[in-house]
Design a protein around this ligand. Sequence first.
Ligand SMILES: [Zn+2]
Length: 400
Amino acid sequence: MHKDTSWLPFWEGFRVVELKLQAQEVRIQLEAQTAQAMQCGHCCRACDQVHERLCRRVRDLPMLGYPVTLEVHLCRVACPDCGQRVQHVPWLARYARLTQRLAQAASACCARLPIAHVAELFGLHWSTVRELDRQRMQAQVDALPPAQPRRLVMDEFALFKGHRYASVILDADTRRVLWVAEGRSRKSVRPFFEELGKAGCTRIEAVAMDMNSAFDLEVRRHCAKARVVYDLFHVVAKYGREVISRVRVDAANQLRQDKPARRVVKQAHWLLLRNRKSLSDTEQVRLDEVLAVNAPLMTSYLMKEQLRALWTAPTAWEWRRRWKQWLAHAEQSAIPALQRFARTLQPYWRGIVSRVRWPMHTGQLEGINNRIKVIKRMAYGYRDTEYFFLKIRSAFPGNP
Ligand SMILES: [Zn+2]
């Protein structure tokens, strides 16, 4: 091997003493260039008094398909100000087992790939990668400007096991996730309002939420001026579960004699719940065939579209007309599931009409819900709730 390797510009202040392939990894021995003055690792003051010598093993970026381990020969210097300290190395943080280059590369990959992939790619342990990812996200979240929300969206989602829940609060205008915490009770979201403070709470004008949540009482307690708005996404999802699915099952059961027709109805679940606008031409034709088979199915489907129309009423008067009409149609429908749904919806009318004065982007929650599911899948297996919550917060930094 060439004797003078100080021209290798990868480890500032150090030269390569030896480079060999051993046990399926590249091992590189590094030694300080004597010409270079040493510095205290704490205060960076120049020090020439060596207290002792030590060797530290450090991982660096993989090279030509092999993992790289550096054996760095370092000095512990005697600093007049700090005492004995390991010398300053510009490319290696104190106590670090990875070079800054490797840490940055792995950390940047975490923004796009699951950490198990990143760990494999760089030959690191997943807990090391998770720590890098955690630091990256924490720095991102800490760097955000202070939030001054006027309109909030509150929601809940299932945690890993399915019987534990978490609450999420976001700024409806910037789409920034302001808060994520375990639980879905009033008490679990209380710290958010306490942290927001009196002035912050007074600023809140409207809060969108699921009509079945426990959050509305907590909002009324802290934010005197805020109007509670029920989210269209949740109401329509509930309608799909409680009315359309019920009617579809009944319709399929009635068709017990007619097997092909029964199959068509049974398989139409997805068609019935989707937005008509997002269906292709052939899917729309199939949907029409399904609806033609069964009158209650047709009615409950059309009532879903009319329910959506409540959220787009341009004025409170128009809303009132549509609401009364919807309730009357539901009552006359002779479909028990639909009548039941209408009766449970009725006491919530204030939260629905609020939508007219406080238009909130209703697609927002649906998008966020889906994104959280993807994050959950990627973070699955680590079972670290704090890490998962930080992932959600850094995924929705908001756009002011
Ligand atoms: Zn010092």
